[in-house]
Each structure stands twice: as C-alpha cells, then as structure tokens.
Design a protein around this ligand. Structure first.
Ligand code: IPM
Ligand code: MG
Length: 365
C-alpha cells in the first residue's frame, strides 16, 4: 500500500473498445465507493492513446503513476492505425513494457464457464459444463523478452531471430505461484512445455519438479504444448491449474478462453512478488467494434473483482461483483458476443448498468 491508507487504482483505458468497457468497470468501482469502500482512482495513458499524445506507448509519467498506485486497471491496447509504427513504439510494446517495469511475472487467466452461457461454447455442453481451469502464464520472460533478438540482413539474405530463455529463478517463482494456486483449488497442476525439443523446456521441467517437493499435496503432471492444445479442446475438464511459459501461455489461454463461449467474459491478473497487480480483460481492443457501444464489459468488470481479491484485500466485495455478474446473466442480459441469436442483445452501457444495479442490491443487503 502507498503512504496514505486509501488504496489507489490507476485506470488505463487504452485503445479500441478499452475506454467503453473500462467506463463500465469504473461505474462498478463507483458503486463500491458509494457503499463505503474507500478507493481512489487516477487516469493514465497507455498504448496507441499514449502514442498519439506523447509519441510513446508507455510514457514515463504512466510508469510513475503505476508505481505510486496499488493496482492498475487496463482496458486494451492496439489498433490497425498503428500497424505501420516501428515496433518499439507500437501500442503492444506499451503493454509489454509496463509488465516488465512493474515486474508482473505471474499472469493468472481463469477460464470459468458460466452455466447460463453453456450454449455459447463451440464445444458440446457436456464437455464444458462446470469448466473451471486456471492458466498461470509466466509474463516477463521467455521468448517475448529474450536477448539476442533482431531482424537483419546478412550476405544479402534477410533473417530474424528471437531467444527463448529462462533462468531457474524465473521458473521457480512462477512454479511457486502455480503450486500455491493449485493448493487452494483441486490440487492438480499440469506443467506445459516442449521438453522433447527445447533445452529451455528441459530446465523448466527440472525446476518445476524441484519446487514440487515443497507442495507434496499437489499432484503434478507434465504435458507437451502441442498435446496440451489438443487436450484443451478434447477434454478440458481434465485440467485444474496449468503453468507454462510466456509464449505457450499466450496461445493456450486464448484457446481456453474460447471454451467458455466468449473471450468477452474472461478477466486476468498480472502480479508481482508483492501481489501488486495489473488487471485486464484477456480480450484485445477489438477495433472493428470500437465506439459502437456493443462490446461486452463483463471481462473488465470481473477483472475489478480479481483486483479487489488479489491486490486490495477486499475478498467480500470481489465475491459480490462476481455474484452481481451471475445475477445479470440469470436475468437474461446478453451482449452480442454471448447472445444466441445476436438479436435483442443489450449494449455495453446497459450491461454495465444492470451489473451495478444488482451490485447495489447486494451491497445494501
Ligand atoms: C495477451 C496479448 C498480448 C500478449 C499482446 C497484445 C502483446 O495477446 O495479453 O495475451 O501477447 O501477451
Ligand atoms: Mg494473447
């Protein structure tokens, strides 16, 4: 916590649908404040929105603000208007840089199927009903950040390379997060790698085995990433917690998200060693629907719940937000992405208002 005792949240709406969905999440935070939860909000710039104003996707001021806050709420970054921008100035770079600056090495991506949305999944209902899995993705290492990396011309031939690298400390700390999460759930952890091909995966496996000795109540298994992708769409309920590297986690978490029917439903937390965190929906900036008031704000609202639970020590209020979301789904409210026919879908604002109304009721109860 920072000096004053009031927890501070930095709000970074970003690009595309980011501002719209973050708006609804801020309404939810407003409702908590009306009911006596003290929280202070501050706005900042990231991604394309920051680049447009400051020529940097992560201005120094945003980093300073984030460092002074207890938690960060992020919308999304990126858009086609930045496709031609140099890589180090692209909106996505702002996201990668803030993860690195704040040392947010542990990315928690739960995939939870809401019973009301079972028919929205592309898999048969019996394969996904009651699905509840957690992907723990390493977020500040691996091939995303490894050196050397370059695109160059050698002897008139263009070539490019990246480096997938982990040291044992990076593997150990993410393994601890994953084992501890599994301990609080069904006590099963599956570590995903490519140890049949990659040295970096052999070390990953070795270190995960070592850390396992401290968590003997958790059942550990290993799986190659190609098989894990197949198993996720074949029989996803076999998994409780999965732990994996940055790149593999990026790919598998999109697949896992879709099992639940819509990527518009899933929140995420990115944490450092002290549980300071950045919270964001796992979907992107969806430029095709930006500004239309049709995006699903629930992933961002559920990210606020994760923020209250992991960084702000407000587990009761976190539960209430999640309950308010379930009530809203029970009442039949559906944004376009989760409605069966696409007809009668409610707007981003209507969905946010409905959640706030339910939350008001739960907070006054
Ligand atoms: C994610 C996103 C990011 C990533 C992009 C936007 C850089 O896909 O959070 O999963 O690859 O980590
Ligand atoms: Mg991704």
């Amino acid at each position: 916590m920072t000096n004053s005792n009031i927890p501070k949240i930095l709000v970074l709406p970003g690009d595309g649908i980011g501002p719209e969905i973050v708006n609804e999440a801020v309404k939810v935070i407003g409702c908590l404040r009306e009911h006596g939860v003290t929280l202070e909000l501050q706005n900042g710039l990231i991604g394309g929105a920051a680049y447009d104003e400051t020529h940097s996707p992560l201005p120094a001021e945003t980093i300073a603000q984030a460092e002074a806050c207890d938690a960060v709420l992020l919308g999304a970054v990126g858009g086609p208007q930045y496709d031609g921008v140099e890589r180090h100035l692209r909106p996505e770079q702002g996201l990668l840089d803030i993860r690195a600056e704040l040392n947010l090495f542990a990315n928690l991506r739960p995939a939870l199927l809401y019973a009301q949305l079972a028919s929205a999944s592309s898999l048969k209902p019996e394969l996904v009903s009651d699905l509840d899995l957690l992907i723990v993705r390493e977020l500040t290492g691996g091939i995303y950040f490894g050196q050397p990396r370059a695109q160059e011309v050698q002897n008139n031939i263009r070539r490019a390379y990246n480096t997938m690298i982990y040291d044992e400390n990076e593997i150990r700390r993410i393994a601890h997060v994953a084992f501890a999460a599994a301990q609080k759930r069904d006590k099963r952890l599956c570590s995903v790698d490519k140890a049949n091909v990659l040295e970096v995966s052999l070390l990953w496996r070795e270190v995960v085995e070592e850390v396992h000795k401290e968590y003997s109540d958790v059942e550990l298994s290993h799986m190659y990433v190609d098989n894990a992708a197949m198993q996720l769409v074949r029989a996803p309920k076999q998994f409780d917690v999965m732990v994996t590297s940055n790149l593999f986690g990026d790919i598998l978490s999109d697949a896992a998200a879709m099992l639940t029917g819509s990527i518009g439903m899933l929140p995420s937390a990115s944490l450092n060693e002290n549980n300071k965190g950045m919270y964001e929906p796992i979907h992107g900036s969806a430029p095709d629907i930006a500004g239309k008031n049709i995006a699903n704000p629930l992933a961002t609202i559920l990210s606020v719940a994760m923020m209250l639970r992991y960084s702000l020590n407000h587990a009761v209020e976190a539960d209430k937000i999640e309950q308010a979301v379930v009530m809203t789904l029970q009442q039949g409210m559906r944004t376009q992405d989760i409605s069966d026919s696409g007809n009668n879908a409610v707007s981003t604002q209507e969905m946010g208002d409905a959640v706030v109304k339910n939350l008001q009721q739960l907070m006054s109860a």
